[in-house]
Every structure is written in C-alpha cells, then in structure tokens.
Design a protein around this ligand. Structure first.
Ligand SMILES: Cc1cc2nc3c(=O)[nH]c(=O)nc-3n(C[C@H](O)[C@H](O)[C@H](O)COP(=O)(O)O)c2cc1C
Length: 352
C-alpha cells in the first residue's frame, strides 16, 4: 500500500495516534519492531500557533521513525491552515493527519475532533484548505458518525460512506476509520462492517485504514481478509508492549507467531524505553530551550506504559509493584521495579 510515493509494504500495520502515549520513545520502538507507519499524539492547532513548548515537543520526529505522521486538530480553517504549515516547515513529517475523531468533551464539545461530524461542511472546508496549504500528503482520521441515529443518511446511504467520498474529493491521500460513533466514545464494540462498506465503495480509490479493537495477530489478519482494508491501525493493544508489531508482522508474513520474544528480551525492551524516554526529555533543543528538562519528565511519560504492560497481567501480588511504578521518579527506581516484577513472574512460573 502506498500513500503517494510512501510505500508501506504489503498489509501494513500502523501505530495509532494516542495522546500521552505515542511519544517519540515509544514510536521508535514500535517502528523498530515492525510498525509500518507511526503517528504522533494529536497536537492542538491553537497551541502550535501560540508556540507552546509541549506542542513543539510533540511534533519533533527522528529519521529512524519514518514514515511518520503528525496529527493536528482544531476548529477553524485559518488556525488549521497555519498549524499545518508550521508542522510541515518545522517537523518535516512524511504525512500530515487531521483528527476528526477525538470524542472527549474538551475537544469535541468545542467543535474540533469528532465535533466536526456534526458540521461536515466545515470539516470538508478545513480539509480542502489544509490539502492546498502543504506539499506533503494529507490524511484524515475519523469515526462512523456522531451517534447511532445519524449513521444512515435520509437517502439510506451510510453517513460515513458519503463523507468518505467527499473527503476523498478534497484531496486527502488516505482515510482512517475508527469503527465507532462519537457517542460511543470507547464503549461497545467497533463496527467494522461500515469500514468494509467504505472500502468496497467502487468510487473510493484512496487507501482505507481500519481501526478499532484489534489486539492480536489473528484479528489483524481477519481485518485484512474480511473487510479488505488497505492497512490496520492499532492503538490500545500496544500499551506496554511495543513488540506486538513484531508478532503481528511475523504472523502476517509467515502464518506463524514470533518465537524469538523471550521474557528477558521483553524486559530489555522496557528498559530501553525508559532510557530513551529520559534521554529525549533531557536532550538539548534550541526551540525548546525555555522548557525545564528533567529526568522526571521522561519518567512521567514512560511509567504509565510500564504499569499497563500485559507482561504483568496475572502476576500474584503485583498491585504494590504497579503502584510503585506509577509513583517512581527516577530511572534507577524503575529499573529496580522491573527487576522486582521479573522476579515475581519467574517465581510464579516456577510454582505453576
Ligand atoms: C489514551 C488514548 C489517547 C488517544 N489519543 C488519540 C489522538 O491523539 N488522536 C487520535 O486520532 N486518536 C486518539 N485515540 C484513539 C486511537 O487512536 C484509536 O482510534 C482508538 O483507541 C481505537 O483503536 P484501538 O481499539 O486499537 O485502541 C486515543 C485513544 C486512547 C486510548
């Protein structure tokens, strides 16, 4: 699959944009383990224009993580156009993605993100203007509609099938669909049948990236086989296990699960994530020189990942270790807690 001339290979699997999750340290690992493309956390157009340091940090990309998409959100044409130009000239990502899917009140309630599903004309106007404003490919990520009653238009055509065509007409070069409405937030199950309908609409020619509730290699394969999507995007299932992409890639390419991932190796990956997160937090950057750089900054980024790692699921007596991970303030504390968790896993395995 290609987005313009960016070749993502056969059956690409991409890392979803996730606020406070897909920071650079995490993206780099996901890329290393086989993610075909990675997305930044979403960045507010208004904050970028105001030159907010945290937003500038979010749009920083490293050549090793390419192809990488930077995602922006906002609620009016001028700010989205200006933010798109800032992203293109300051960060040089491969792709600029527009978020029309965020359901949270502070975003959608103000008309941005999934709020645009209630005002499709403005959504299309913003998309057209952003496509015209930058040279790099522009893509969109959205949901199936605002709520269940509005999922089918009065003429019987699904809202998202019609919207997808109109977004394509604006010049976007790929479309990601999360199979939920805004009202569903993250509840219920993602409905892939609508994603399939968009993909199978003969008038669509841009790549369709399917998203929602994919957690395993088997589910990823099924999404390609059953719905014909061009790529699969994975979000929550990657928490605390950037190596998920390695298993899925191996499975898609060979039909077998990856057998090289030992417990020691997975712990070494988490250790590297901690080191990278701290290193990124401490690095020098003139554009960000006013920001106070601390080891703690990197630790705050990474400790949520660690606490939610599926590696620790089912370990008896893990609660205290988990709380300690969430409270840790230094790299060495986290290393010691990882050692403690590993010892608990080994002890539990010996008993079973
Ligand atoms: C913590 C969190 C943060 C998210 N942040 C973003 C975001 O910044 N931009 C976006 O388009 N979607 C965001 N999402 C939605 C995901 O990209 C994805 O669409 C959703 O989680 C469904 O995919 P999944 O079932 O594979 O997790 C976020 C989701 C979560 C759980």
């Amino acid at each position: 699959m290609k987005i313009r001339n960016i070749d993502l290979g056969n059956q690409p699997v991409v890392l979803a944009p996730m606020e406070d999750v897909t920071d650079q340290a995490f993206r780099m690992l996901c890329k290393e383990f086989g993610a075909s493309m990675v997305y930044s956390e979403f960045v507010s157009a208004d904050a970028l224009i105001r030159n907010v340091n945290r937003s500038l940090e979010k749009i920083r990309v490293d050549d090793a993580e390419r192809p990488v998409a930077i995602q922006i959100y906002g609620r009016d044409v001028p700010s989205m156009v200006e933010a798109a130009k800032i992203v293109e000239s300051e960060a040089h990502p491969d792709v600029l993605d527009i978020n029309f899917g965020c359901p949270v009140k502070k975003v959608a309630g103000k008309g941005a993100g999934a709020g645009m599903l209630k005002q499709p004309e403005l959504m299309l106007e913003i998309t057209r203007a952003v496509v015209d404003a930058v040279q790099i490919p522009v893509t969109v990520k959205t949901r199936l509609g605002w709520d269940v009653p509005t999922m089918i238009n009065p003429d019987g055509i699904p809202f998202i099938v019609d919207l997808a065509e109109r977004l394509q007409d604006c010049g976007i070069e790929a479309l990601t669909l999360h199979g939920r409405t805004r009202s569903q937030m993250y509840t219920g199950e993602a409905d892939w049948s609508f994603i399939g309908q968009v993909k199978n609409n003969p008038r669509m020619h841009i790549p369709i990236i399917g998203n929602g509730d994919i957690c395993t290699a088997e589910q990823t394969k099924n999404a390609f086989d059953q719905y014909g999507v061009d790529a699969v995007m994975i979000g929550r299932a990657t928490f605390g296990q950037p190596w998920l992409f390695k298993d899925i890639r191996t499975f898609l390419d060979t039909g077998e699960h990856d057998k090289d991932m030992t417990l020691d190796w997975m712990f070494s990956v988490l250790r590297r994530q901690i080191e990278n997160s701290v290193a990124y937090s401490l690095r020098e950057d003139n554009a960000l020189k006013e920001r106070k750089r601390t080891e703690l900054g990197g630790i705050i980024h990474v400790r949520r990942h660690l606490a939610s790692s599926p590696l620790f699921k089912g370990i008896p007596d893990f609660r205290q270790t988990r709380i300690a991970i969430l409270r840790a303030e230094t790299q060495n504390e986290l290393f010691a807690l990882l050692d403690e968790a590993k010892a608990k896993i080994l002890a539990a395995n010996r008993l079973s």
